[in-house]
Design a protein around this ligand. Structure first.
Ligand code: SF4
Ligand code: SF4
Length: 329
């Protein structure tokens, strides 16, 4: 069911969700726009490209206790019973969660992650403009894609929104309101068509090209400015590398980054990725080659955050796309 509401009606709808779920939504903080818990829906921001952080931290937290132990016992951390609803997730970030589901259910099923995913309600918010670094359409979906969320919201005018139940749970939430007409649907399509993307990559060509350029000198220049800070991986909606850390009888899973020098360092001191050349190349291959080989999908969703927030302005789009111009024998 598709319904049409004004801003007041939309806030009322979000408020009804807030009564059943812990609500997460984009809010303005001193450091920028972030997804965060919201107790007052009037604080929700509606005009943005993407928050700085991503939805992944609510399913795969930056520091997640997984075991408690002492000298003679060990127990798994109990699964959370909390249900969260994320309002305002963009189609790219929602896609990233669906892509990550595959790795968290690969050889071992990750109960903590799966439990959070199962209990969450995703309320997507279609984009009406693209950021300078967005390239989601390169991956065969777009800024109004609704298949990875439970409920989808589109802004059709200053005070007009279309709300659409997508999943069974989502349809159950969108129960009353003025029914959307074909005119509303045409307006939505027009808005989507009018979005201008500055970047588009032929990801299938890049995927094939990467099979031939692993040893190219290209990677030395491409990674030259990268300082290995890991910002790109932490802000990426689909990066999911982690390590373990034990503190006071608790084992935590904590985010790690392939861009850190010690990520692949062996106990012997040997490091198979000794410089940023190998480390940045790994990031590109994981995003545009390896993950697709293993799971049939690219691990990048084209959100553009890594380029936007990289302190050295390293641009993954230009670097991945630039491989198509390598002409080495
Ligand atoms: S690409 Fe940029 S954000 Fe990523 S590790 Fe290198 S310098 Fe940091
Ligand atoms: S690699 Fe960069 S553009 Fe791709 S999903 Fe991650 S942050 Fe977004």
């Amino acid at each position: 069911m598709k319904i049409i509401v004004d801003k007041k009606g939309l806030l009322k709808f979000i408020d009804s969700i807030r009564k059943k779920y812990r609500l997460i939504a984009p809010v303005q903080k001193d450091e920028g726009l972030f997804f965060d818990a919201v107790s007052n829906t009037s604080k929700i921001v509606f005009d943005y490209i993407n928050p700085k952080n991503t939805a992944k931290e609510f399913f795969f937290p930056i520091k997640d206790p997984i075991l408690r132990y002492d000298s003679d016992s060990i127990e798994e951390v109990k699964k959370s019973k909390e249900n969260i609803a994320i309002f305002g997730i963009r189609p790219c970030d929602a896609r990233a969660l669906s892509v990550m589901d595959k790795v968290f259910n690969w050889d071992t099923k990750d109960g903590l992650y799966d439990n959070r995913r199962k209990n969450a309600l995703l309320i997507g918010f279609g984009c009406n403009k693209a950021g300078d670094h967005c390239f989601c359409t390169s991956f065969g979906y777009g800024p109004h894609e609704s298949k990875d969320v439970d409920v989808m919201v589109y802004q059709l005018g200053k005070d007009e929104f279309m709300v659409l139940g997508v999943s069974k749970r989502g349809v159950g939430c969108v129960v009353s309101g003025k029914k959307a007409s074909p005119v509303h649907e045409s307006r939505r399509k027009e808005l989507e068509k009018g979005i201008v993307f500055k970047k588009k990559m032929d990801v299938d060509k890049v995927y094939k090209k990467l099979d031939t350029v692993f040893d190219s000198d290209y990677w030395t220049g491409a990674s030259f400015h990268c300082i290995g800070c890991g910002t790109c991986t932490f802000l990426c909606p689909s990066c999911h590398c982690f390590c373990m850390s034990d503190e006071r009888n608790i084992r935590y899973r904590i985010w790690d980054s392939c861009q850190f020098a010690c990520f692949t360092k062996h106990t012997s001191g040997h490091n198979p990725r000794p410089t940023q050349r190998e480390r940045y190349r790994q990031r590109v291959y994981h995003k545009f080659s390896y993950y697709k080989k293993n799971f049939g999908e690219h691990l990048c969703v084209g959100c553009g955050r890594c380029t936007l927030h990289c302190p050295m302005k390293v641009d993954i789009f230009s670097i991945a796309n630039g491989t198509l111009d390598i002409n080495e024998k």
